[in-house]
Design a protein around this ligand. Structure first.
Ligand SMILES: CC(C)(COP(=O)(O)OP(=O)(O)OC[C@H]1O[C@@H](n2cnc3c(N)ncnc32)[C@H](O)[C@@H]1OP(=O)(O)O)[C@@H](O)C(=O)NCCC(=O)NCCS
Length: 402
C-alpha cells in the first residue's frame, strides 16, 4: 500500500504520542497529553499514513536560537519516529523533505536537532555543531583550585520562587551562548520546572538555588545512600547556568559542599565548563563526551550574514548539498561587528559539504581538521582564515535535549 505524508492535526495527538512511545520505547502517560499538546506544533509536524494507519511522525519546534553574536529563527527538528514495521523503506527521507520545505517556507535560516544516533542526519545536511559531556565529580577529591575565584553566596529557594527568579537569569544568559534558545512560559512550566514523580529516577523532587546577585542558578535533585555506614549520596545537577566567575564558583561549590554525598553528577555539560578549572584535581571531573546539537545552514545567505565572526575576513565558499541537490557559491565578508553574504560566481576558496559548514557554524570550528580528512578542499591559507573567522568564545552549548 502507498505511503502518504500530511501535516498533523490537533486531533492526531493521541496516535502521534502512541507512535512516539513505540519508536522510543516508552509508555505515553495519558495524564501528560495536555502538557504535550501545549508545546506540540501540529501545523508543522508530519504524519505518514499507510491507509488509515499512522506509521511515522516528525515534529518541529519554532525556536529562536543563539548563534555567535546574534539570535536566529530555527526549525527545531524533533519527534522523528518510524514504526519498527516500516523502518528502512525511506520514510524518514520522505519526512525530511517535507520538514525542510516547511523550514524554507517559514524563512528560518537554520534547522537544528539532537540525534538519537549520530549516524543518521549528516546525509540530510546537518553538521555536528556542539558536544556535551555527562560529568561525574568525585566529591572527596574535588577541592577548590588555589586560583578559583571567590564564590558568590548561594541561597536556597523553593519551587514557587524558582518560577519567577530562574527564567530571567536564563533569559539574560541565553543570548550570550551559541546553542541556547528562548524558552516560553509554557516551555519552562512543561519541560524545565515540571517535576513528574515517575521521572525522578529514585531521587528527590527538584530543588533550586540561586547566586544571591542573580548571576546564576542550579536546578538539582539529591539521592541519599549509605555504604558501610558512610554517606554515599549524590547531588544530580539538572541544569546549572552562570554568567560570572563568582556565580560559577559559588554554584559549583554549593553542589560539592553537601554532606553525606560521594559524587555530583551533571549531564549535558559543555566541554569548556568552568568546573574543570575550579577544582584542584581536574582528572576527578570526568565522563563520556558525545555529539549534541546538529545544525543545518538551510538558508546559506541568511545564516552566514546573521552571525558575527571572531576576526574580520572575506571568504568564498562552494557548498554542496547532496540531499536537496543544490550547489551554491557564497561570498562572505564579516567580522565582530556584522557580516554580509551574497551568492557569487567567483572561484571558491573552499569547497565543502553543507554538513561540514553546519558543523563550524556555531563556533566550534574544525575546517582545518576536516580538510585533513579530505572532506574540504581549499588552500591552507583559506582554511586558516575560515577557522579564525568561524571560531567563537564561548563554545556552543545546548543545555537540553529537545
Ligand atoms: C531512525 C529512524 C527515524 C529511521 O527511519 P527510516 O524510515 O528507517 O529511515 P530511512 O529508511 O528513510 O533511511 C534514510 C537513511 O538513513 C539511514 N539510517 C536510518 N536510521 C539510521 C540509523 N539509526 N543510523 C544510521 N543510519 C540510519 C538509512 O540507512 C538510510 O540511508 P541511505 O540514505 O544511505 O539509504 C527510525 O528507524 C526510528 O524511528 N527509530 C527509532 C526512533 C529514533 O531513533 N528516531 C530518531 C530520533 S532523532
Amino acid at each position: 500500500m502507498d505511503l502518504q505524508v500530511r501535516a498533523a492535526r490537533p486531533e492526531d495527538v493521541g496516535q502521534f504520542r502512541q507512535l512516539l512511545g513505540r519508536a522510543f520505547g516508552w509508555e505515553p502517560p495519558p495524564e501528560r497529553e495536555a502538557s504535550f499538546a501545549r508545546l506540540w506544533e501540529p501545523e508543522r509536524s508530519y504524519c505518514v499514513f499507510e491507509g488509515d494507519t499512522m506509521v511515522a511522525t516528525s515534529g518541529a519546534f519554532s525556536l529562536e536560537m543563539t548563534v555567535p553574536g546574534a539570535t536566529v529563527p530555527t526549525g527545531g527538528t524533533t519527534m522523528v519516529a518510524v514504526l519498527p514495521t516500516h523502518r528502512r523503506r525511506g520514510v524518514l527521507r520522505m519526512m525530511m523533505r517535507a520538514h525542510l520545505a516547511d523550514v524554507r517556507e517559514r524563512e528560518e535560516p537554520l534547522a537544528a536537532l539532537w540525534a538519537s544516533d549520530s549516524g543518521i542526519y549528516g546525509r540530510f545536511g546537518y553538521g555536528l555543531a556542539s558536544q556535551h559531556q555527562d560529568l561525574s565529580i568525585d566529591r572527596h577529591h574535588a577541592g577548590r583550585h588555589r586560583l578559583a575565584p571567590a564564590p558568590t553566596p548561594v541561597n536556597l529557594i523553593d519551587a514557587e520562587q524558582a518560577r519567577t527568579r530562574i527564567p530571567p537569569i536564563y533569559e539574560k544568559t541565553r543570548v550570550t551562548r551559541p546553542g541556547f534558545f528562548k524558552r516560553s512560559e509554557a516551555w519552562w512550566e512543561e519541560r524545565i520546572l515540571s517535576d513528574v514523580p515517575n521521572n525522578r529516577g529514585g531521587a528527590t523532587a527538584l530543588r533550586f538555588a540561586v547566586a544571591d546577585d542573580d548571576t546564576g542558578y542550579v536546578i538539582y535533585r539529591q539521592k541519599g545512600d549509605w555504604e558501610k555506614g558512610h554517606g554515599a549520596g549524590e547531588v544530580r545537577v539538572v541544569e546549572l547556568v552562570a554568567s560570572t566567575a563568582g556565580g560559577w564558583s559559588g554554584l559549583w561549590g554549593f553542589t560539592l559542599s553537601h554532606d553525606l554525598i560521594k559524587k555530583v553528577t551533571a549531564d549535558h555539560r559543555p566541554p569548556d565548563d568552568p568546573i574543570f578549572d575550579l577544582v584542584a584535581a581536574r582528572r576527578r571531573v570526568n565522563g563520556p563526551t558525545s555529539d549534541a546539537l546538529w545544525v543545518r545552514t538551510h538558508d546559506l545567505v541568511k545564516a552566514l550574514s546573521t552571525r558575527r565572526y571572531q576576526v574580520e575576513g572575506r571568504i568564498v565558499l562552494a557548498v554542496v548539498d547532496k540531499f536537496l541537490d543544490e550547489h551554491t557559491v557564497v561570498e562572505l565578508v564579516g567580522g565582530p561587528d556584522g557580516a554580509e553574504a551574497c551568492l557569487s560566481d567567483e572561484q571558491p576558496h573552499l569547497t565543502l559539504d553543507i554538513e561540514d559548514l553546519g558543523s563550524g557554524y556555531m563556533g566550534w570550528s574544525r575546517f582545518r581538521s576536516l580538510a585533513g580528512l579530505g572532506r574540504i578542499q581549499g588552500s591552507a591559507a583559506a582554511l586558516t582564515q575560515a577557522d579564525l573567522m568561524f571560531s567563537w568564545d564561548p563554545q556552543p552549548w545546548c543545555p537540553e535535549i529537545f
